[in-house]
Design a protein around this ligand. Structure first.
Ligand code: ZN
Length: 495
């Protein structure tokens, strides 16, 4: 087993509130010991990390690899508008683009100090074995760990949203109504085959499953997903109550919250996590806690899409495992976990009526983005203690962000923007050295990204024109649904 002694660095403590000088002994893929700075170890290679701050690699609890080719696609979009534009934003992708987008996503995370991600990857009209293999290879090539959870549904946005097709101008209804996802049987059969033959576990890439949004999935489909999750031990993540119109749709379709409905179907388990959860009720949070489930908190994307501020403090108080995510780059526009921490901590200060003891503190926010996200992914990382996976990010303390070093936790969340990240190690192996990705050719990646963007812009032009026409009607309808939310709840309760 290889042994490596990392010397001279400041090492973030488990509480994430201090980083004393220490040496780190790595054996194989794990942290073997945190030693005094002057410790001598026989039979170990040494790595001089003087002037570096070593932190656990940040862990992205919610992203979408397919989003990276679409960073910067939208401006004043709420979630309904993002979904209305999805046909062109993610359209025209072949195997090459699927892998390329995931590689871009993974490389950006790696360069910004992130070592693992829960990735909900979409393929239209449904997941394919080739597609999933190629995105798993993309993560392995960049060197990150991942839970790859194919984002699936058996209903389109238009089928899923009550009254939406009827709200469109006559001439667009037929096209919207005719859109179809792959059939339930096809999707579930494909995933069963993929799960049976999964070969990426050794690279730290596990298969998950992501029935995307409850309203977009029939009950039979969600139960089919759960059956696969049970059979193969898959982590599951779903966008639940992300936007107010969806919470309203849940009341209309199920007469309950979306989460309560999923729980009735048996989907809320210790391997389950909610993404976003902006409109989760206190009862929903109690339910998540009771089932041992988690919440991936994506404060940045929630603001970008005007969804609101998720009740992360209430979730923590209720006993829910909370992690931090960026969301995909079609709604977050970058994969910067430092920014995700900063926005989560900022957003917590805007909870109506919240006193400062309810805000997210900086050390606490770092723990959510490391140990919290690790728990959601089910990986044994996220804190620098003996026995944990050696997934580490090395920051340059001579970088302007750290001149001077006043307070580690505060500066990790308030000051650091990823630009001081110099080196990253995953499972004891270097994946980023001096800012350069070791596993792939970055110049080639840049060339391919530009070529793909040009090709996709041309291929999706006509679809984009149509989406532009229907978008205002979609926005209008979903905002009316959201506005009627309180009234719907009251009417249903009066029944
Ligand atoms: Zn998402």
């Amino acid at each position: 087993m290889t042994r490596l002694l990392i010397t001279g660095a400041r090492v973030l403590n488990p509480e994430a509130d201090d980083a004393p000088l220490a040496s780190l002994l790595i054996e194989g893929d794990r942290i073997a010991a945190v030693l005094p700075a002057d410790a001598k170890v026989e039979d170990a290679a040494t790595h001089d990390a003087s002037g570096r701050l070593v932190i656990p690699g940040l862990i992205n609890a919610h992203t979408h690899g397919h989003g990276a080719l679409a960073k910067g696609a939208g401006d004043k979009w709420d979630l309904a508008l993002l979904l209305a534009h999805a046909p062109w934003v993610g359209g025209g992708r072949g195997l090459h683009e699927k892998r390329l987008s995931t590689t871009l996503n993974a490389v950006e995370m790696l360069k910004k100090g992130c070592t693992a991600a829960f990735d909900l990857h979409a393929e239209f009209p449904g997941p394919t074995a080739d597609g999933l293999d190629s995105i798993a290879e993309a993560y392995a090539e960049a060197g990150l760990r991942a839970v790859l959870a194919p984002m699936i549904a058996d209903k389109t946005f238009f089928q899923a949203t009550p009254g939406l097709v009827e709200a469109l101008p006559e001439e667009h209804r037929e096209r919207a109504a005719a859109m179809r996802m792959a059939g339930m049987e096809d999707i579930l059969r494909t995933l069963e085959g993929v799960a049976r033959s999964w070969k990426h576990g050794a690279a730290g890439i596990t298969l998950g499953i992501a029935p995307t949004i409850p309203l977009h999935c029939t009950d039979a489909f969600m139960q089919g997903c759960q059956k696969l999750a049970d059979e193969f031990g898959l982590r599951m993540q779903t966008h639940v109550s992300e936007a107010r119109y969806q919470a309203a749709g849940g009341e209309i379709a199920y007469g309950s919250t979306l989460l309560a409905h999923m729980d009735r179907l048996g989907l809320v388990t210790p391997r389950f996590s909610v993404a976003h959860g902006v409109w989760l009720t206190p009862e929903d949070l109690a339910l998540l806690a009771k089932r041992g489930a988690g919440l991936a908190h994506n404060a940045g994307a929630n603001m970008r899409l005007a969804s609101g501020i998720a009740p992360a403090r209430a979730a923590i108080e209720a006993g829910v495992t909370v992690g931090i995510g960026t969301d995909g780059s079609s709604s977050a526009d970058n994969q910067n976990m430092f920014e995700a921490m900063r926005l989560a901590a900022f957003a917590s200060r805007l909870w109506e009526g919240a006193e400062d003891d309810e805000w997210l503190g900086t050390a606490e926010t770092v723990r959510l983005a490391t140990a919290g996200s690790a728990a959601i992914m089910g990986i044994d990382a996220g804190v620098i203690v003996p026995g944990k996976l050696a997934d580490l990010a090395f920051l340059d303390l001579d970088h302007i962000n750290w001149l001077p070093l006043n307070n580690v936790a505060n500066q990790l969340v308030w000051t650091e923007d990823g630009s001081a990240v110099r080196d990253v190690m995953v499972g004891g192996a270097w994946k980023l050295r001096d800012g350069k990705v070791l596993g792939l050719d970055e110049a080639k990646l840049a060339r391919e990204a530009r070529e793909a963007a040009a090709r996709l812009t041309a291929a999706n032009a006509a679809t984009r024109e149509w989406c532009d026409k229907i978008a205002p009607h979609v926005a209008c309808h979903c905002r009316a649904m959201a506005g009627g939310f309180t009234r719907v709840r009251r009417l249903l309760k009066a029944d």
